[in-house]
Design a protein around this ligand. Structure first.
Ligand SMILES: Nc1ncnc2c1ncn2[C@@H]1O[C@H](COP(=O)(O)OP(=O)(O)OP(=O)(O)O)[C@@H](O)[C@H]1O
Ligand SMILES: [Mg+2]
Length: 392
């Protein structure tokens, strides 16, 4: 009897231990679940509040996106506002003419100077696509990229408003303007090196600080703009789709790229990678070294295409000075020229795989440039993650 009672008590104790253990495991699991829940919801709310958060951009939902874009500091202008900012789109305010139409100098009501691009094929432009492109552009921010201030998009007009760059396009400072022999200014060697570095940083940002990478597609000297102190910013990234229609038989430069700048594999197969931009960058570097346009068939035989003419001389220490812009004489050291020429030679390699990354180009140029803007601070650049490349 006593043995039976003893056994019963033992069983009771075991049951209590089992129940207590199970209960503690359950409580512990509940606690872990609670902590995990708190962690996840905290992380989510942090992401939602962070303006630099990684965003997924759906190309299809432009209207909600554009609202986000305007919240992010992009201004939405009426046509009337831009009409008055540019003096009624007066001829005297025209500062350029590119693949999309005329570019006007303008002053906003708050006194800010801007450049206004008036799309001359607005009617054909899908409103949705325009807005999505604007939305994408609004997310790319770097001191080395031209800032988009805002836009106007109504049923009849499509306009883009950019920060104003007082010294216009780089090409204007390298070659005679409009066939005349007058050049508005001659850039010295030091300035050219700094422009090369700043432009390289613009491309480096697009290729390596943005995910997925943005391929410029139309990198050229007229898309490097200079501010009043001749600091450079890259422009017209992300606009590829806007010019992709065929207007009156004229195929926009953006479909095929611009003659003389297009990487051979892109020209032949249409296959586009960041290395196609590296090739175009190499051509711009050659323009800075030589002061020559990429293609000029009026030049002596064998000198018409800049890359073909310069490439054999770039890696030849004895002959490399022969390709240098005569306006630069006495300003550079042989060591500098050899280094920059070597970078240019690598960038314009016909085989894309042999070309360097833009980050490598930046690294190679940094020691050559004496006075450049603070470099690694990409703090002002917001992260940009899209589900699809804006250039795709
Ligand atoms: N933000 C700006 N500030 C000052 N001038 C500008 C600005 N944007 C453009 N320009 C001027 O307008 C010219 C034409 O620019 P636009 O981008 O329309 O054509 P492009 O660069 O020659 O060709 P593409 O249409 O292929 O880019 C530039 O070379 C420059 O002189
Ligand atoms: Mg341009």
């Amino acid at each position: 009897m006593e043995a039976g009672e003893e056994e019963y008590k033992m069983k009771e104790r075991i049951a209590v231990v089992v129940i207590v253990s199970l209960a503690s495991v359950a409580v512990a699991s509940l606690l872990v679940a609670c902590i995990y829940y708190c962690y996840i919801s905290n992380k989510l709310s942090k992401r939602q509040n962070n303006p630099k958060r990684v965003e997924h951009v759906e190309r299809g939902s432009s209207f909600s996106n554009i609202e986000v874009a305007s919240e992010k500091g992009l201004q939405v202008f009426t046509f009337k506002q831009l009409h008055s900012a540019t003096g009624g789109f007066g001829k005297s305010n025209v500062i350029g003419h590119g693949g999309f139409g005329l570019v006007y100098r303008g002053v906003l009501q708050d006194g800010r100077k801007v450049a206004v691009k008036l799309m001359d094929r607005a009617g054909k432009q899908g409103e949705e696509e325009f807005k999505v492109e604007v939305e994408l552009l609004s997310r790319l921010h770097s001191p080395y990229l031209l800032a988009l201030v805002g836009y106007c998009s109504d049923s009849n007009h499509k306009l883009l408003v950019y920060e104003f760059m007082a010294n216009g396009g780089l090409q204007e400072h390298l070659y005679p303007i409009n066939g005349s022999n007058t050049i508005s200014s001659r850039l010295d060697w030091e300035t050219r090196l700094r422009i090369a570095l700043e432009a390289a940083k613009g491309l480096e940002y697009l290729h390596e600080h943005v995910s997925p990478p943005v391929i410029h597609r139309d990198f050229k000297s007229s898309n490097i703009l200079l501010d009043k102190n001749f600091h450079a910013k890259v422009s017209d990234f992300g606009l590829a789709k806007l010019g992709s229609d065929n207007a009156g038989g004229h195929v926009s430069t953006r479909v095929l790229g611009t003659q003389g700048y297009v990487a051979p594999e892109y020209a032949l197969t249409g296959r586009l990678t960041p290395k196609s931009d590296v090739y175009s960058y190499g051509v711009v570097l050659l323009e800075l070294l030589t002061g020559r346009v990429p293609v000029d068939m009026k030049r002596a035989q064998g000198e018409g295409v800049l890359v073909s003419w310069a490439l054999p001389q770039l890696t030849d220490r004895e002959r490399v000075v022969e390709i240098m812009d005569p306006a630069l004489e006495g300003q550079y050291s042989m060591k500098e020229v050899v280094q920059v020429a070597a970078i240019a030679a690598m960038c314009v390699q016909p085989e894309a795989d042999y070309r360097p990354l833009m980050a490598d180009v930046v690294q190679s140029l940094v020691p050559l440039v004496k006075h450049h803007r603070p470099t690694s601070k990409l703090g002002s650049c917001s992260s940009f993650h899209a589900t699809q490349s804006p250039k795709a």
